[in-house]
Every structure is written in C-alpha cells, then in structure tokens.
Design a protein around this ligand. Sequence first.
Ligand SMILES: CCCCCCCCCCCCCCCCC/C=C/C(=O)SCCNC(=O)CCNC(=O)[C@H](O)C(C)(C)COP(=O)(O)OP(=O)(O)OC[C@H]1O[C@@H](n2cnc3c(N)ncnc32)[C@H](O)[C@@H]1OP(=O)(O)O
Ligand SMILES: Cc1cc2nc3c(=O)[nH]c(=O)nc-3n(C[C@H](O)[C@H](O)[C@H](O)COP(=O)(O)OP(=O)(O)OC[C@H]3O[C@@H](n4cnc5c(N)ncnc54)[C@H](O)[C@@H]3O)c2cc1C
Length: 663
Amino acid sequence: MNPDLAQERRRATFDPEQVTSLLYRGPENVRKRRYLQNAAIQDQVLRGSKPWAFQSRIEQYETALQMYIYMMNKLDEMGVTDPLERMYYQEAGAPHYYNPMALHTGMFIPSIEKQGTKEQKERWLPMARSLQLIGTYAQTEMGHGTFIRGLETTATYDPSSQEFVLNSPTVTSMKFWPGGLGKTSNCCLVMAQLITHGKKRGIHLFFVQIRDLKTHRHMPGVESGDIGPKFGFNSNDNGYLKLSNVRIPRENMLMRYSKVLEDGTYVPPTNQRIGYGTMVFVRAHIVTNSARGLSKACVIAIRYSAVRRQTEVSPGGPEAQIIDYQTQQYKLFPLLATAYAMYFTGRYAEDYYEQIASEIEAGNLESLNQLHAVCAGLKAFSTWACTAGIETCRLCCGGHGYSHASGIPKLYTYYTPGCTYEGENNVMMLQVARFLMKIYPDIKRGGPIHEFVQYLGADLTQKSCMTEEVALGCLLKAFQHRAARLLSDAAARIENLVRSGKSRQEAWDASTVALTWAAKAYCHTFVVRTFSQIVSDAAVDKSTKDVLTALCKLYAIDGIIENLGEFIEDGFFSPHQVSFLKNKLADLLAEIRPNAVALVDAFDYPDKTLDSCLGRYDGQVYPALYEYAKNSPFNEQEVLDSYHKFIKPAQTEQSQRAPMARL
Ligand SMILES: CCCCCCCCCCCCCCCCC/C=C/C(=O)SCCNC(=O)CCNC(=O)[C@H](O)C(C)(C)COP(=O)(O)OP(=O)(O)OC[C@H]1O[C@@H](n2cnc3c(N)ncnc32)[C@H](O)[C@@H]1OP(=O)(O)O
Ligand SMILES: Cc1cc2nc3c(=O)[nH]c(=O)nc-3n(C[C@H](O)[C@H](O)[C@H](O)COP(=O)(O)OP(=O)(O)OC[C@H]3O[C@@H](n4cnc5c(N)ncnc54)[C@H](O)[C@@H]3O)c2cc1C
C-alpha cells in the first residue's frame, strides 16, 4: 500500500461505509453489489488476455461479444434478473467494452415491454430473452436524429395482404447509428412514418426482422452494415439499415397505444408522444449513468493526486502531494461534489420515472409532459457535467492522464456521446424551456402547479438572505431566484418581440439562448434541491452528515461562482455577500481535503471496474504504469521490422549524401 494513501484513509473523519450505503440504497444492496462484483472479478474467463487499447477494433468487438454472452449466461445461472444488479456484474466483468447487445437489453426489450400488446410481449419477449431474437432501436436516420417527426422511413399499410411495406426512399432516410445494428442484431424496432388509407399518421414503431434467424444472412429487401470507427464505442457495431419493400405482418406494429385495424382504419393514441416513451425511460437512467462516469474519473484523479508528489515546498524539503495545492482542490473537489449530486439526483429521477410510468400504465397521462421535461433536462444537465468533469480530471492527472493507462480517455469517449444520444442536449434544454413557458401563466397567476415549479413565481425584488455562515437554505433560495428571474427574462423577451410585431414562433426562435439559460438554471436548482434534501434526510451519524453537508454546500457555492453574472446582475447578492461565498469556498476546500480519499473510496469501485493504473486502491501507480507500457505490442520485438524497412534504408541513403560524424 502506498503510504500516502494509507495515511489519507487514517485521517478521514467519517465512516465511508455509511456513505456507500446511502449511495446504493442501503446495506443489503451494497452487499449484493459487492457479491456480484466479486463474482465477476474472480471469474477466470473474464480476466481477459491483453489490455483493450492494444486490440484491433474487430478484436474489441469479438472480446466484448464473447464476454457479454458469457456474463448473460452466468447471470441467468445465478438467477440474477434485476437489470441494475446485472449491470453491476457486467460493469466489473467487462468494464472496457461497450456491449454490442446493450441496445437489445436497454431499449429493444423495454420498448416491447412498454409499447407492445399482451400478444406481442408473449410472442417476442421469450425469444428476445433467450437471444433467439437480438434487437436494437432503429430510430435515427442519416438525415434526421433530433427532428423525429421528419423521419423519412415509411411503413405503408396494404389491406389486401394485411401487411406493412417498409421503405427507405432516400439516402438520408437510411437508419444510421443504432447500436448493434451493423452485424449483431437479427431484428429491430424501426421508427417509421405510418401511412394508412393514403394518409400520413405520424411516426410509429415496427418490429422488423432484418436477418435470417438460422443463417444470420439478410432478409429480402434488407441491406445493413457497420458505420465504421468512431471517437469511442468501437467495440459496438453501430450500424446503417436500408429497407426496400420489406413486408411485415400487420401484427408487427407496436399497438399498445395506437392501432391499425385489418381494413387499415387508424386508431390514434390518447397522446401522440406516448410512443416516445422508451427515450424518456433511458433519459431517466442516464442521470445515474453520468454520476457513474464522473465518479470513476474522480476516484482516479483524487487517489492519484494523493500519491503524486511534485515540487519542493521549501528548498530541499519533501515534495508536496499534488492534492495539497489549493488549485488542484478547486479543480477536483467541486467535481467530487457534482458526482454525489448526480448520484442523488439520478436516484430521484428513476423513482419519479417509476411513479409517473405506473400512472401512465393505469391510463392517467396527466404528468407525461412534466416527466418528459424533468428527464430531458436532467439528462442534458448531467451529461454535460459528466463530460466536462471527466476532462478536468484528466488534466488533473498531468501527462499520465493522456495515456489509456489512466483509464480516463476511455471514460471520456464512453460518456461524451451522452450529450448527443437520446436527444441532443441543447434540444433537450429547449424542451424544458417549452414546458416552463407553457406553465408560466399558471406560475404567474399562482394557479395550481407542481411543487417542482412553485418557486418560479416568487417575488423577484427580494434580495439574498446570505450571511457569513452561508446556510444551505440561503444557497437554495439563490438558485431559485436565479431560475425564476431567467425564466421571467426569457418570457419578457418573447413578449417584447411579439409586441414589436414578430409572430410567436419568430419570437421564440429569436430567444432560444435566453430560454436555454432559464432551462439550465431550472435544472441546476433541481439538483441543488435534491442534493440538500437527501443530505438532510440521510440517516447517518453526525460526522458523516457534516461531510456530506460540506460537499453539498461546495456544489452550490461552486455553481454560484461559476455562473456569478447570473446571480448578481439584478443585485440579488451584494458584493459583500459574494465575498462571503468566495471565502466559504476556500474554507470548504480545506474542510473536505482530509476526507477526499475516503469520499472517493465510498463510491466503492473495485480496481477492475476502474481499469486504471492511476486510480488503484493500493496507490502502486508507478509499477503499474511500467507493467502497462511493457504490454505494448511495440515491445514484443527488440527491433521492429519497420526499422529494417524504413529507418535503416533512410539512414543509409542519408549517410551516402553526408557521411556520418563519429559519435
Ligand atoms: C431498470 C434499471 C435499469 C438499470 C440499468 C442501467 C442502465 C443504464 C442506462 C444508461 C444509459 C446508457 C445508454 C447508452 C445507449 C445509447 C443508445 C442511444 C440511443 C438513441 O440515441 S435512440 C434515439 C434517440 N433520439 C432522440 O432522443 C431524438 C430527440 N428528439 C426528440 O425527442 C423529439 O423529436 C423532440 C422532443 C425534440 C421534439 O419532438 P416533437 O417535434 O414531436 O415535439 P414538439 O417539440 O413539437 O413538442 C410537441 C409536444 O410533445 C411533447 N413531447 C415531446 N417529447 C415528448 C416525450 N418524449 N414525452 C412526452 N411529451 C413529449 C412536448 O413537450 C410538446 O408538448 P406541448 O404540450 O405541446 O408543449
Ligand atoms: C454513440 C451513439 C449511439 C447512438 N445510438 C443510437 C441508437 O441506438 N439508436 C438510434 O436511433 N440513434 C442512435 N444514435 C443517434 C442519436 O440519437 C442522434 O445522433 C441524436 O439524437 C442527435 O441527432 P442528430 O445526430 O441528428 O443531431 P442534429 O440534430 O443534427 O444536431 C446537430 C446540431 O444541431 C443542433 N440542433 C438540431 N436541431 C435543433 C433545434 N431544433 N433547435 C436548436 N438546435 C438544434 C443541435 O443542438 C446540434 O448542435 C446514437 C448516436 C451516438 C453518437
């Protein structure tokens, strides 16, 4: 054990086990999580042969497939059915590979469960669970990802044969990007424009078999393939798909909420957007996923910062641990606080999703819009924080952060597409703004509105209650004030533009930056509120609560300092109050410092899950870096063939022109 890390753990003032329990919803869940992680770590088959970064793309794909199929069988043997528990096992078993079947379990099966009729579920789910059917969610096209009403793929109903005929009429209508579509899947859910009786009925989901279930060759009229190497996700065969007069039976349209009868009569759903449900489900889960990504980067960067020493503090004296530099703390500790904030908010989003989803199942769609706004906003807010935070963690690791040995570049390329998939983040923020503007008249009138948004109607002339003590309640009020004011600003801007003669749509289009500021401020407030509520309700001892409260305050204060203009432009904070906040920020960095390592230990990631030479629990960073380097295929031969092919002839040629000087 590295002595600095051992010392860090001794000096912690709280019990990390209590925090671990809080993060993973109780000691019983922690026990199960550890059991599954250990089972994966100890499994010889999952040990792997060489580091993923030294493998070709095809090797990465094959290793990922082999490992995931092995793990699925193991999980079935162990009787583990809960998706989260299965994820814990897989995360520890194959952390470096993006599963080519992720869309099968993450979107294909849930879509059938949520959008399929009883008969459809009985028909497809058993085959999907036993991998006879391997599916994906094929929505995005080359020409359209965001504007899904503009999708071009058509599904035209033919009443004479009671079939839908699917077509990709243009190059841009080709499905493009779906995970596992290229080579892995033999079927998919295709989002297509339904046409019955010659009329367009909007986009709907259709079950389409794309490959023969025995030979895996393409079905007639189907062309598909891999889209090529990407920034990350290279063990996944994100694919393209072109459909030419592909016929599927009428029963293959997912008909839980809308129907096409035998004669082609269209029965619409109660709400057209109910068919977007799988996206809302995944967005709700992306929040915790972002917390996972950012927290892993924090574990790596904070442990490494405790081990790494750089620069003599006094001439001839010992070099300081880099974690002792205030600038390093300022880069890392707010991110640590953010990772906690996102874990707690993710938990909230998942619970809220479950609550509203069961109301929807029971036929009550009243809260669908609000659920959409919450999930879209938190998905965007959390993925932005995660991506930017991972990059800062990488920079905090200096040169070694740039190596795949650190594990951080892999985290970055894995998490950054979260800002784009499942709804591009700016577009998601505009959906939040749309929701807020829609209820704005009710907010102003003081009409009946959900408690999430009540504060948005607060008196904007009020000033901050902040004192030198910096209470959490005052911090939350500051966020609420900023969100209310930015919303009011955006609304006023739109009204002014309308008064000046613009149409409402034109006024909206000319205000999307202000609307995005308002939506982000709303999401930020949501996170601060959730964090502070969970901390104040947490059943933990006083020392643990003190540490979590310090983290929560740091999250809030850092949010204010980073967006200071928005908090002071209307004079809400006085200059005096801003200086309280700046002083408190510095105090909190010092207060958190002795607990930083214990706070990252509390995330409880085994070394294998982190896959990082820098983030090892034992801090043996330097021998691990050396071992990693030795694994490079470059080092398999003392002299590479390329020396004889290129360097030697070049040297010979050069020496003939100018004879070599004696060394
Ligand atoms: C159970 C435990 C599980 C644990 C396991 C852990 C797993 C961890 C998961 C981690 C996740 C990792 C996942 C990695 C996989 C990535 C794979 C990626 C997949 C994809 O990307 S799939 C494709 C995703 N595509 C999109 O997201 C497209 C984005 N675009 C849209 O959503 C829409 O086009 C739109 C929202 C931008 C606009 O839609 P539209 O034009 O139809 O709507 P309007 O803007 O005109 O608004 C009209 C009204 O509709 C409402 N609305 C819009 N969307 C919804 C919705 N989804 N639900 C409800 N209502 C919606 C608007 O609010 C408007 O309402 P109004 O009342 O008229 O104002
Ligand atoms: C790794 C990865 C995996 C994916 N997996 C799948 C999958 O399994 N299945 C699937 O169907 N799809 C998948 N996708 C596709 C993904 O869902 C889309 O890329 C995403 O929805 C964004 O759409 P787009 O690419 O058309 O971006 P665009 O909409 O073209 O966005 C480009 C820019 O335009 C801006 N913009 C676009 N529209 C608006 C607007 N209305 N207002 C303001 N700004 C706007 C955006 O903010 C962005 O800056 C995946 C993508 C990636 C990267």
